[in-house]
Design a protein. Structure first.
Length: 174
């Protein structure tokens, strides 16, 4: 008898929890799959060239996440400016650096190509700590790995913000 009540109880509890969530306004970002407004909007973004190695990494990560179309069919343009800094801190007794902090910040604008209107003007950033050790090679490799990881993280944040803006614009238009 106890097994039967617990087997019946879980679906009832799940249903009781699902009912309040239905009215809270949460919706899937990509409702409608590849044909959704957000997915089509993201695919229609042209990513302008970004200066430097960090720019190359961020642009490639953005293109991977956006599934961008060729420039002639793009509806939007994404302009990104980066600030890549490597700061030393954590001095040791012998006045050598024991730790570094790599910071990657992006200022980006989503521009409607038809009207030239800036739809989104925002910033995103991320940082990582790096241990400086006796091997210069290992330290340089750690700095480069940190930059690659930061580029993917910043690109992900940008795509999320752009997707939210496209969804908000679609909701306002309907």
């Amino acid at each position: 008898m106890r097994r039967l009540s617990s087997a019946i109880g879980w679906p009832v509890i799940a249903l009781a929890l699902a009912v309040p969530l239905a009215g809270c306004g949460l919706q899937p970002m990509y409702a409608g799959g590849g044909d959704s407004v957000v997915a089509r909007g993201l695919a229609g973004i042209q990513v302008a060239a970004i200066e430097g190695r960090a720019g190359w990494l961020v642009r490639n990560a953005l293109l991977d996440k956006l599934s961008a179309t060729p420039q002639d069919t793009a509806r939007y343009r994404l302009d990104v400016r980066l600030d890549d800094r490597l700061d030393a801190f954590g001095l040791l007794r012998d006045d050598t650096v024991g730790r570094e902090r790599r910071t990657l910040r992006a200022r980006y604008q989503l521009v409607d190509l038809d009207s030239g209107t800036i739809l989104l003007d925002a910033t995103a950033g991320s940082d990582a700590g790096i241990d400086v050790i006796a091997s210069d090679y290992a330290t340089i490799a750690a700095e480069q790995t940190a930059l690659e990881n930061l580029a993917r993280d910043v690109a992900s944040r940008i795509v999320t913000d752009v997707a939210l803006q496209l969804r908000k614009g679609a909701a306002a238009g309907s």
